[in-house]
Design a binder for this molecule. Structure first.
Ligand code: ZN
Length: 54
C-alpha cells in the first residue's frame, strides 16, 4: 500500500500508538489501514423451539 484510500496522501509503515505491530498509517489523516480484514458472518434461524447454527 502506497497511498491512503481516504485522502490520497502517502502512507508509512509504523507501529501506531497502542498497537504492537507495524501498520500502514496515513501521513496526513492518521488513518490506520489494516490488511487482510476477515469478515465474519453468522446466521441463527429459528423455527419454534428449534435453532439451526450455520
Ligand atoms: Zn489519509
Amino acid at each position: 500500500m502506497k497511498f491512503c484510500s481516504e485522502c490520497g496522501a502517502p502512507v508509512e509503515l509504523r507501529v501506531p500508538e497502542g498497537d504492537d505491530r507495524p501498520r500502514y498509517t496515513c501521513t496526513q489523516c492518521d488513518i490506520i489501514h489494516y490488511q487482510n480484514p476477515r469478515v465474519v458472518v453468522g446466521c441463527l434461524p429459528t423455527i419454534g423451539d428449534q435453532v439451526l447454527l450455520c
